[in-house]
Design a protein around this ligand. Structure first.
Ligand code: DON
Length: 494
């Protein structure tokens, strides 16, 4: 309701949970390609990827999963009646919320494209200044229907009919049957060990858990503490592990209901050790020299994450998205929300980068009913068997490496959660072959050292990597939150 930039009736996401009895699991409510989608739908007559089609407007919209996800989680675990959960949101939509500085700046930046795409003046095409109060009466009406009729209101009747007609009128191909056929999946999370930690994260169709496990598996043999936090050597180690994992991501990962993913081999210590044998601290391994391992057989930051630990000790880590800023920029004035542009997370053409510069292959090609590969990495970390951290972040392709850096900051450099979140971050994703840095916090000397070793570096003003919201449970039971100062993020205890 208060974060149209990334939230989210029109999107999808993932939840990783750990109950206080130690049971873990995950819920996949990722968007899905409509039945009328096909692998070349974003190619022009010359066979080139037309990224405008996969990022803006009706064709970029995947069938939304959020409402089914919320109701599925509520049905399985909820203690309160659904009205108790939705009524406060309806009240907020009717009374309004106050726009922050950051929100007003972003709305100004996107106002024109929202207007062009949606083809009409609407709530977020008005000039909105910091301090203004925004009411979303259409959304309040939508939420009342969901409260009174449940998820069927969204996936079954008049609302599904309206959404499919609206999206089609804006160039899309989603039909009412796509809403009726949408399903969420309860899936086994990816769980792996790193030193005395057990890390539980999201499996495919997110690449998050597997990639994080690969990177941490490649790093574990090294003494990272000894290298020094955010030193040139530290940056080298992270980069070399990251680029090797992202090369595998691009080749092997996709919707597990459509492709066979050799998870066990990808995570085997012998395989990961072998990948790092080509690493020398003297010089960069260029990404061109790396490809996926052999096993037989442009930037934006608009997702959102929340981490919760309840009084009983249950933990949930949820990353949820409409992909780009304000999703497809297509705002539904009748229902009060933006539709996602998640179709851009598919690989539109082998070798053609998506909006995060990620390259994909066959495993992530578009197919009807398939889920697009994600980088979202909602994660829970146990230390010596006890709940230690709940964390996650937006950031597209940078999500995985951001989650990695928070865990390393806390595990090796003895930081508390807020301190770990505040640290400057870096990121490498194999292709493009460039090591990105947040502007503040990395010296020119450090960049020079890396350049001399053959690393291409990029440090851009205003570049932020991730907006982490995380919780650390200290050994005395105290919960410490880390809310990212890069956004309007905040921590609350009730
Ligand atoms: O699922 C994914 O990986 C992307 N759709 C996430 C997008 C995102 O984090 C946008 N913000 N940076």
């Amino acid at each position: 309701m208060v974060y149209p930039y990334a939230g989210n009736l029109g999107g999808g996401g993932f939840m990783v949970y750990r109950l206080n009895d130690g049971t873990t699991g995950s819920l996949d409510y990722r968007e899905m390609a409509p039945a009328a989608a096909h692998r070349d739908m974003f190619l022009d007559s010359l066979g080139h990827h037309d990224s405008a089609l996969s990022t803006v407007g009706g064709l970029s919209v995947g069938v939304p999963g959020t409402i089914k996800g919320i109701f599925a989680a509520h049905k399985k675990f909820g203690l309160l009646p659904i009205e108790d959960l939705i009524d406060p949101v309806i009240a907020l939509a009717e009374k309004g919320y106050v726009i922050t500085d950051k929100q007003s700046a972003r709305l100004a930046q996107y106002r024109e494209v929202i207007r062009e795409t949606s083809g009409t003046e609407s709530l977020y095409t008005k000039v909105i200044s910091a301090g203004d109060t925004i009411k979303n009466i259409a959304l309040a009406k939508t939420l009342k229907q969901l409260r009174d009729q449940g998820e069927q209101a969204f996936y079954g009747g008049a609302m599904a009919k309206h959404m499919s007609q609206f999206i089609q009128a804006k160039g899309g191909v989603i039909q009412m049957e796509d809403f009726q056929n949408y399903e969420v999946h309860w899936r086994d999370p990816i769980a792996f060990n790193y030193e005395d930690l057990e890390i539980i994260s999201m499996g495919p169709p997110s690449s998050g858990g597997i990639c994080l496990a690969q990177i941490m598996g490649m790093l574990e043999p090294f003494d990272l503490k000894e290298l020094g936090h955010n030193s040139a050597l530290y940056a080298q180690h992270l980069t070399e592990a990251e680029r090797r994992a992202y090369a595998d991501r691009s080749h092997y990962l996709g919707d597990p209901d459509f492709v066979n993913i050799p998870t066990e081999q990808l995570l085997s210590p012998a395989y990961l050790a072998e990948k790092m044998t080509s690493f020398s601290t003297k010089t960069a391994t260029l990404s061109g020299a790396i490809s996926h391992g052999n096993i037989v057989g442009h930037e934006s930051d608009e997702t959102t994450h929340y981490s919760i630990v309840d009084p009983m000790g249950n933990a949930v880590s949820v990353t949820t998205t409409i992909n780009g800023a304000y999703g497809s920029k297509l705002f539904d004035p009748e229902l009060g929300f933006f539709y996602n542009n998640e179709m851009d997370d598919f690989s539109a053409k082998p070798g053609s980068p998506n909006m995060f510069g990620l390259i994909g292959g066959e495993a992530n090609a578009i197919a009807p009913g398939k889920r697009m590969l994600s980088s979202m990495t909602p994660t829970i970390v146990l230390k010596k068997g006890q709940l230690w951290q709940v964390l996650g972040t937006p950031g597209g392709s940078t999500i995985i490496t951001t989650v990695l850096q928070i865990i390393l900051n806390t595990q090796h450099f003895n930081m508390g959660m807020q301190e770990a979140v505040n640290q400057p971050r870096m990121h490498h994703q194999w292709l493009p072959d460039v090591l990105q840095f947040e502007y503040d916090g990395f010296s020119e000397d450090l960049l020079d050292t890396l350049n001399q070793k053959g690393y291409k570096t990029l440090k851009k003003a205003h570049r932020i990597i991730g907006k982490v919201d995380a919780i650390m449970r200290h050994s005395d039971g105290l919960l410490e939150a880390g809310a990212d100062p890069r956004g309007d993020d905040a921590a609350r205890g009730f």
